[in-house]
Ligand binder design. Sequence first.
Ligand SMILES: [Zn+2]
Length: 315
Amino acid sequence: MQLLRLTAVSLILTGCLIINTVFSEDNERNPHQIALSFDDAPWGEGFMFSGPERTVRLIEKLEKAKVSQVVFFCVTEKLPYHDGHARLKKYAAAGHLIGNHSHSHNRPGDFGTASYIADIEQAHDSLKQYSTFMPWYRYPMLDEGLTIPVRDSIREALNSLGYSNGYVTVDTWDSYIDKKCRDAPKSGQRIDTVALGRIYVETLWEAIQFYDNMALDLLGYSPKHVLLLHENDLAALFIDELVGFLRQQGWEIISPAEAYSDSIGERVPDVLYSNQGRVAAIAVEQGYEGPLRHSSENAGYIDSLFQANQVLYER
Ligand SMILES: [Zn+2]
């Protein structure tokens, strides 16, 4: 009996050991890693902070959370306002990277391809002065063009400028949450910031899991991800909460350069579907039949989360 019990115990222990070994080997081979990218810097007045206040706070929060490097994709027509130039210098001095998000934040179809390319070059001329500038281009609205000739002309121009695509793997809609907060005072509403932080982290986590599962299905591994965020007050308020939560889930925050070294960076799908990021574009190329966008990018879904969590309340 004693022997049986011992055998049973050792079988269980061996089983645990095997599971643990498989788990840690799998983790070693396939860790969950993600870099943070912030679009539309230097953004103006927010619902909580002025632009300059936001920059100081965001740098402090990233430092406190021990995130040594993120990338800010900048829109240069904003540089003359809200201390834009000084703020980008502060991000660079803190070791964060500066990437190109165009001069005037248009889609390729808005003014014709030649003007679109000139707009990228204009932004490049303004951004190359920053000490941590990287020749990475983040397409506004992730729109790479609606026809193959347009898409390829822009790609060619970026190549000759020495640029690579500052793609994302995880698309999100934090800007809709931010807009709801900016609109709140207009209808006499106040913001419960604790509840707001909760849904910020929750919706981003849902999007991360959604695209990571899609990548696992399509590629057979979890790529080094790039998360799309914006340089808004939500980031300045809650980036440390998000980072803490991700680490609790076993995720590692990596530098943008490390994320862009993943082989998914060379996996450029030949499709005209770019506005949900790289993983979704690969999904389209492979004829993936599941949804390409998570509910956390739908207005109705976010509205009901706001209601259920009573994020906004009457004064
Ligand atoms: Zn943008």
